[in-house]
Design a binder for this molecule. Structure first.
Ligand SMILES: Cc1cc2nc3c(=O)[nH]c(=O)nc-3n(C[C@H](O)[C@H](O)[C@H](O)COP(=O)(O)OP(=O)(O)OC[C@H]3O[C@@H](n4cnc5c(N)ncnc54)[C@H](O)[C@@H]3O)c2cc1C
Length: 565
């Protein structure tokens, strides 16, 4: 007998589950309910309509109900909201939002993919300016059209997560003045604080008025009043202060929820009712690396879960191997990618047995035009050398490097695997020893105790403590900018002048990107110095790390000049 599948939510997860179900079962009766006006649209591309990169909002819609009916024989009903599920009778109560009519649809299986919704909270004066979320095609079109119609110049974006940053970038590219207000001390909390300073710098350099540790308190007379006491012009507000799972229908139907209101599912994405599955932003998944349950509001996981449940319903063997969490973003001229566990997450998990390699190799052979430095951080477990996560930021193809590590992370890789990874090489694409190999070398050196290091985030306090810091670059490089108080002892003169290096206190070495200082360190260490550290990231890493806070607070710089090259 043919089965009947009712899918609730017709975008990423829901529509993928419907189409896969059709491929596997030509006879199945498949109904998709979507309360919005569109199904199968590209949420991820919505921000790019704001800059005009995607010119017409209609192109954001990938397939219409008519196409889905004729090509896949799927009964897609937009503006139809599932308002209750009678699990005894196995029926869904549906409201046609255009006519107000309510009707029921019976089912053998329900697939819930209701997504997440933007966090909303009252802001005094909100109704005095146009204000939008950025979650649907009408949202994107509304922002775009309102800006044009009202000749808007000044926008406030509330929230520096992925959506807030993408909205900011695209509005700025459209020539608007954008203030980005973020309550945390950094944007993009999926990345570590040290890596995200590069993105803060890029936002600042591109003219974004970035306000961290700040909340939007009220709007009055086209001005936003901020918790730091400032007021900024605000003719339109984009609200992107995070998301929460949509689980009200599941709750009403008596399905089990997690404490934080996600729909609870087992390893097969089955809810507390064996006929009802749930996928996408509304559920938590198992972290393959930490073993706990995490919310992962991203398209890739939703689509994988969609395929999984369609397979499971249709009797195809499936295995849930958990999720590592991989994400990337373009921020003007820079790209940032992350996979696996970050330092922040490890701290939340109470872990201390880790360290990380921080390297800044070029993305392609340095003498090739268009080569760029890549800032790559690879976190590993001590003493096993197991790789826990990676982040990369740079102008070039950093996503490729993190994807390589993401691919490995599913298979419990160690630094030894990273060191020996064989990747494609020709000068326009990479270097013969790719960034990820470099990270493997550095990580193994640290794991094996070949040398010790400190991080860019440690240097300010070292300077304040008047620690002994040696800059091993050449004098002309030193003169262009250096750490205040650092001694210049070039690698090229080190062997003749070794006796100038003190033995009675810790010594911190650096150069431009830590390679020359690594050589200097090993020479000193093998000549009897044992209290000696490399500053990972050196002048380049430090310049990027310090810059944004130096520019936006009244603290004194620890550098005489920055070195960004
Ligand atoms: C602006 C933006 C940019 C993004 N960029 C990226 C990106 O670059 N990379 C990435 O990985 N992810 C990105 N995402 C996240 C990604 O889009 C989501 O993780 C993914 O869409 C989740 O799929 P889902 O099926 O769970 O929910 P959705 O795709 O949101 O679909 C849920 C649908 O269910 C409908 N619905 C809810 N309740 C009912 C009901 N009772 N009856 C009928 N219909 C209902 C909703 O109207 C909604 O259309 C982005 C999201 C947004 C909004």
């Amino acid at each position: 007998m043919s089965k009947k599948i009712v899918v609730i939510g017709g975008v990423a997860g829901g529509m993928s589950a419907a189409v896969r179900s059709r491929r596997l079962d030509e006879k199945a009766d498949i109904v998709v309910l979507e309360r919005g006006p569109y199904v199968s649209f590209s949420n991820c591309c919505l921000p790019y309509h704001l800059s005009g990169e995607i010119e017409e909002s209609c192109t954001l819609v990938l397939m219409t109900p008519h196409e889905l009916q004729t090509q896949y024989n799927i009964d897609v009903r937009v503006k139809n909201e599932a308002i209750d599920i009678d699990r005894e009778a196995k029926t869904v109560l549906i409201k046609n939002l255009e006519t107000g009519e309510e009707y029921t649809e019976d089912y053998d299986y329900v697939i819930l993919s209701p997504g997440a919704k933007a966090v909303d909270f009252p802001i005094p004066g909100l109704d005095t300016v146009p204000n939008f979320f950025l979650r649907t095609v009408p949202d994107a079109a509304g922002i775009h059209d309102t800006i044009k119609e009202k000749n808007i110049k000044d926008i406030v974006v509330m929230g520096g997560g992925f959506i807030g940053i993408e909205a900011t970038e695209n509005l700025r590219l459209a020539g608007l003045n954008v203030t980005l207000v973020e309550a945390a001390e950094q944007v993009l909390l999926q990345y570590d604080e040290d890596m995200i300073q590069l993105i803060h710098k890029e936002l600042y350099d591109q003219g974004v008025n970035l306000k961290l540790n700040t909340r939007l308190e009220k709007i009055e007379d086209n001005k936003a009043y901020l918790s730091n006491g400032e007021t900024v012009p605000c003719e339109l507000l984009v609200k992107a202060a995070g998301v929460v799972p949509v689980s009200d229908l599941a709750e009403k139907a008596g399905l089990k929820l997690t404490e934080d209101k996600y729909i609870d599912v087992d390893q097969n994405y089955i809810t507390s009712d064996p006929s009802i599955y749930a996928i996408g932003d509304a559920i938590k998944v198992t972290s393959r690396l930490a073993g706990d349950k995490i919310g992962l509001a991203m398209a890739g996981p939703a689509l994988k879960q969609a395929r999984f449940v369609a397979d499971h319903i249709c009797g195809i063997p499936t295995v849930n191997t958990g999720y590592i969490g991989s994400a990337c973003i373009k921020v003007f001229d820079w790209n940032a990618a992350v996979t696996g566990l970050t330092e922040r997450r490890l701290k939340e998990l109470g872990k201390t047995n880790y360290d990380y390699a921080f390297v800044i190799p070029k993305d392609m052979v340095g003498i090739m035009s268009g080569s760029n430095s890549q800032f790559l951080k690879v976190i590993f477990e001590i003493p096993t050398g197991r790789i826990l996560g990676a982040q990369a930021v740079g102008k070039g193809d950093v996503v490729k490097r993190v994807d390589v590590i993401a691919g490995m992370l599913k298979f419990q890789p160690t630094l030894f695997d990273l060191k020996d990874l064989e990747l494609c090489y020709a000068p326009p694409f990479s270097i013969a020893r790719d960034s990820v190999n470099f990270a493997g070398y550095v990580g193994l050196n640290l794991l094996n105790g070949v040398y010790r290091h400190v991080h860019v985030s440690d240097v300010r306090s070292l300077v304040e403590q008047k620690a002994y810091i040696i800059d091993v670059r050449e004098p002309d490089e030193f003169d262009l900018g250096h750490i205040k108080g650092a001694v210049n002892l070039p690698l090229s003169q080190l062997r003749e002048r070794m006796d100038e290096v003190p033995k009675d206190q810790p010594v911190y070495l650096h150069c431009r990107s830590s390679q020359r200082s690594y050589n200097a360190l090993l020479a000193l260490q093998q000549s009897g110095w044992d209290n000696i550290y490399n500053i990972a990231g050196s002048m380049l890493g430090l310049s990027y790390y310090e810059y944004f806070k130096d520019q936006t607070t009244d603290r004194e710089s620890i550098l005489t000049e920055y070195n960004f090259n």
